[in-house]
Design a protein around this ligand. Structure first.
Ligand SMILES: [Zn+2]
Length: 59
């Protein structure tokens, strides 16, 4: 039931076009999605904390 309604939802969004892919998890990013672009490196919202962790430094 839940899976079916999610499937239908996707089909009702004909304007959702894949614009990019997350550099970490390869998740596809569609128009309307929020994502991050760090100097050309595309990161989805789910990977943001993992990605920024690589840049974390202790002074
Ligand atoms: Zn990701």
């Amino acid at each position: 039931m839940l899976i079916e309604s999610m499937y239908d939802y996707r089909f009702e969004q004909p304007k959702a076009i894949m614009v990019d892919k997350c550099s970490l998890c390869s998740e596809e990013i569609f128009t309307g999605d929020q994502y991050y672009n760090f100097n050309g490196e595309v990161i989805c919202e789910d990977c943001l904390s993992e990605y920024t962790g690589y840049f974390k430094k202790e002074a």
